[in-house]
Design a protein around this ligand. Structure first.
Ligand SMILES: Nc1ncnc2c1ncn2[C@@H]1O[C@H](COP(=O)(O)OP(=O)(O)O)[C@@H](O)[C@H]1O
Ligand SMILES: [Mg+2]
Length: 314
């Protein structure tokens, strides 16, 4: 690959007083937010304050039912809070519901079950990521500009699926299907990439592969990455910051490196074996697979140069 331009997302800024340099609005701000699906039950999510800055790589962990999916869906406006303010990329979507669609166009979503159109090709699925960017009438007619097609093809190359460009999605392997899911949000030029358990349907080697890809491309495209991850070890390896949820509340919010046995106990609410060296921690929690040993192997070295060429590891 030579001469390929990486399409960078355009930063959106907040207004400041005249003469002051513009300030980039945080990716996400939650203030006094509660979400309840049923009036009688305790809120599925109850967050006093949460700020995710632009460019952060955040993993959300917590037991099943802790509110991970609810938090992600709140950010792209698919779930409305019953109290509080949600501000995404500088727009308070709770105060301006009409702007929700505009914000959603700038927020990409990678799904656990890949959510591809089976009969469509890799390329067509990725092109679908451009839908929010084309005139609605044109999109109904299936008309995409050369710019759209180039963006889609760039994304296909980016995730290493050039050979599978014309292959039907339902004939791809699971790992390849999730690569299409990642390419779709790249073609969308998403400023925030949300991923809800993106590797839960993949075997461990592929899980590493896809999380590595998500971490790498979000960094390279300057996007903010917020992903829920079932295994703390993976979260720790691929995110810089970890948000641990327990029954809808933030039980831990800190650096990935500082996530220790005590923090895991607060998040998973069960006994945690801590008589092991720091940062090598086992959780005795049926929710978490028994092999959850938090090792802190750093993210593998980048395997590509900034211009997209593969770097052969020495
Ligand atoms: N559509 C829904 N209707 C009713 N309750 C829901 C719905 N979605 C989620 N919940 C409840 O909200 C809580 C948080 O769920 P969820 O956000 O899916 O957690 P997680 O993704 O961490 O497993 C759970 O108690 C779940 O049962
Ligand atoms: Mg979930």
């Amino acid at each position: 690959m030579t001469g390929r331009q990486v399409t960078r997302v355009l930063p959106h800024t907040t207004q400041t007083a005249a003469g002051e340099p513009p300030v980039l609005a945080p990716a996400v701000t939650l203030q006094g937010v509660t979400v309840s699906y049923t009036p009688q039950s305790r809120p599925a999510l109850d967050v006093e304050r949460l700020v995710v800055e632009r460019g952060e790589r955040v993993a959300i962990i917590g037991p099943s039912g802790a509110g991970k999916t609810t938090l992600l869906r709140l950010i792209n406006g698919y779930v409305q809070p019953d109290a509080g303010q949600v501000t995404v990329l500088g727009t308070e979507i709770t105060a301006h519901p009409s702007r929700r669609q505009d914000v959603r166009r700038r927020v990409g979503f990678v799904f656990q079950d890949f959510s591809l159109i089976d009969r469509a090709t890799t390329f067509e699925n990725v092109l679908w990521g451009r839908l929010g960017r084309v005139n609605p009438l044109w999109s109904v007619l299936g008309w995409f500009s050369e710019v759209d097609k180039h963006a889609a093809m760039d994304a296909v190359v980016e995730v290493d699926l050039t050979q599978q460009t014309r292959q039907r999605a339902d004939t791809l392997s699971g790992g390849q299907q999730q690569r299409v899911g990642v390419a779709r949000v790249l073609a969308q030029q998403a400023e925030i990439i949300l991923a809800d358990e993106p590797v839960s349907n993949l075997d461990p080697a592929l899980a590493d592969d896809i999380l590595g890809l998500l971490a790498e491309v979000s960094e390279r495209y300057g996007a903010t990455l917020i992903m829920s991850v079932h295994q703390p070890a993976l979260a720790q390896r691929y995110a810089e910051r970890i948000i641990g949820l327990n029954q809808g509340r933030i039980a831990y919010d800190g650096s990935a490196r500082a996530l220790n046995g005590q923090a895991l106990q607060a998040i998973y609410g069960r006994k945690v074996i801590t008589d092991v060296p720091p940062l090598v921690t086992q959780v005795s929690d049926a929710e978490v697979p028994p092999e959850v040993t938090v090792d802190v192997t750093p993210m593998p070295a980048r395997t590509r140069s900034a211009s997209g060429e593969r770097i052969i590891p020495s």
